[in-house]
Ligand binder design. Structure first.
Ligand code: HEM
Ligand SMILES: *[C@@H]1O[C@H](CO)[C@@H](O)[C@H](O)[C@H]1NC(C)=O
Ligand SMILES: *[C@@H]1O[C@H](CO)[C@@H](O)[C@H](O)[C@H]1NC(C)=O
Ligand SMILES: *[C@@H]1O[C@H](CO)[C@@H](O)[C@H](O)[C@H]1NC(C)=O
Length: 377
């Protein structure tokens, strides 16, 4: 009895310890009901805030201005797998520590890059729902302390946008697959390959023709080397979208010709800096623009969603995954399988926050003909 009591004491203490040290931006996704019950009282609850609307002035303008100097991240600042968000943090459009609310992210991607309101809301809330803290309303843009430094030992719950297989995924442009151990750092070998492709297919620039060839190459590379390669929705969609992003967001808005200089590309991908005097895009880039770009990247080498079966070169299509003919299924599966699967027992304030943020995710799809998944109970 005494030893049993002692054991329970030790257990209780270690849970209290875990709860006390749980970061305000740590995601509750995937935690057990018992863990969530212990952590909840330690979290400062913030009211859900509706996503910001579109900007009034969507013209091209100087965004590397005196109010937004580049400052390299401090050792305690968080950076992650997204060169867009990393750059916004290093220029102060996002909090420089890399921890932000979804509304701050929507505002920053609109202001700094002229991302359209529908795309900004859809991507931000899709990421926030699985990688952010729905109670404190905070999301970390990564899980490591600097763009180049080593990772601190950290539980999955604080990996932020690095969390594998929900939003982060395989066959990235300049980042390795999680299977190889580092799923978010800039990889020079991959950037050199990208440069080779830009020379071969873009006369030295990254454009949608290069994007089509390189996307296909990255998929072939993962098929041939990563036994656990997974390329199904939502990653299937984000991988193609992210191949388009540099063409529409990293090219100066006064130029907007879809030809990205590779030195400028390196600045964004590696050091997370705007080039001197950078102007953002001159038109908002929304879901329909990215959809058009994806077509150009996908059609030269169409590949169905699928994955390897535990061995290299075993790529098998997965007919259950949404593909480009099923945009509504992307949304519906994401909500019912991915998101709900990570919060199977949500109740009380967590359930309320979950449903509120799912409403925000759906907002850009209103009028699209995709029916909304009913609130969870
Ligand atoms: C709206 C909020 C955004 C969120 C939540 C987000 C999140 C992410 C995540 C999680 C990844 C990693 C995916 C992976 O490769 O496994 C990623 C990649 C990427 N993001 Fe973002 N992103 C956002 C906005 C942007 C913007 C505004 C840009 C461009 C200005 C951008 C450009 C990119 C690019 C180019 C990649 C691919 C990196 C690579 O494969 O090497 N993102 N993003
Ligand atoms: C991705 O990287 C993060 C941060 O290093 C790590 O916590 C996570 O486990 C990685 N994912 C996988 C599947 O390796
Ligand atoms: C970068 O990617 C290459 C090619 O996939 C790989 O061989 C190498 O180990 C990676 N480097 C690092 C530092 O992860
Ligand atoms: C990419 O650049 C190459 C070389 O200049 C050109 O032939 C091709 O049409 C360009 N593609 C796009 C989509 O701009």
């Amino acid at each position: 009895m005494a030893s049993h009591f002692f054991l329970r004491m030790v257990c209780a203490l270690s849970i209290i310890h875990a709860a006390n040290s749980f970061p305000t931006y740590g995601s509750l996704a995937g935690l057990s009901a018992a863990e969530i019950r212990e952590i909840m009282p330690t979290l400062h609850r913030r009211a859900v805030e509706p996503p910001p609307g579109p900007m009034k002035d969507t013209s091209a303008k100087l965004v590397f201005d005196p109010a937004h100097p580049f400052i390299a991240p401090k050792s305690t600042d968080i950076r992650g797998p997204c060169p867009g968000l990393n750059t916004l943090a290093s220029h102060g459009y996002l909090p420089r520590n890399g921890i932000a609310t979804p509304a701050q992210i929507v505002n920053a991607v609109q202001e700094g890059f002229n991302m359209g309101n529908d795309l900004a809301i859809f991507v931000t809330y899709a990421a926030f729902l699985v990688d952010g803290n729905l109670i404190t309303n905070l999301l970390s843009i990564g899980g490591k302390t600097s763009a180049t430094g080593p990772d601190p030992p950290a539980p999955a719950s604080v990996a932020g946008l690095n969390t594998h297989a929900v939003f982060e995924g395989d066959a990235s442009t300049t980042r390795g697959d999680a299977f190889f151990g580092d799923n978010h750092s800039f990889n020079e070998t991959l950037f050199d390959e990208l440069t080779t492709f830009s020379n071969k297919f873009g006369a030295g620039f990254y454009n949608l023709s290069v994007a089509a060839e390189f996307r296909f190459q990255r998929i072939q590379d993962s098929i041939a080397t990563n036994p656990q390669f997974s390329f199904i929705s939502p990653r299937y969609f984000t991988a193609y979208a992210e191949s388009v992003f540099p063409v529409v967001f990293f090219v100066d808005g006064r130029q907007s010709n879809g030809q990205l200089d590779m030195n400028v590309a390196r600045g964004f991908f590696q050091t997370n800096t705007f080039p001197q005097g950078f102007f953002r895009s001159g038109t908002p880039i929304g879901i329909s623009n990215i959809g058009a770009g994806i077509q150009e990247v996908f059609l030269p080498h169409p590949i169905a969603p699928g994955g390897n079966n535990g061995a290299v070169n075993t790529f098998t299509p997965n007919p259950n995954s949404a593909d480009f003919t099923q945009f509504c299924k992307l949304y519906t599966d994401y909500v019912t399988n991915t998101v709900r699967g990570l919060y199977p027992t949500a109740e009380g304030p967590l359930l309320d926050a979950l449903n509120a943020n799912l409403n925000f995710l759906y907002q850009p799809l209103q009028g699209s003909g995709c029916p909304q998944v009913p609130a969870f109970t």
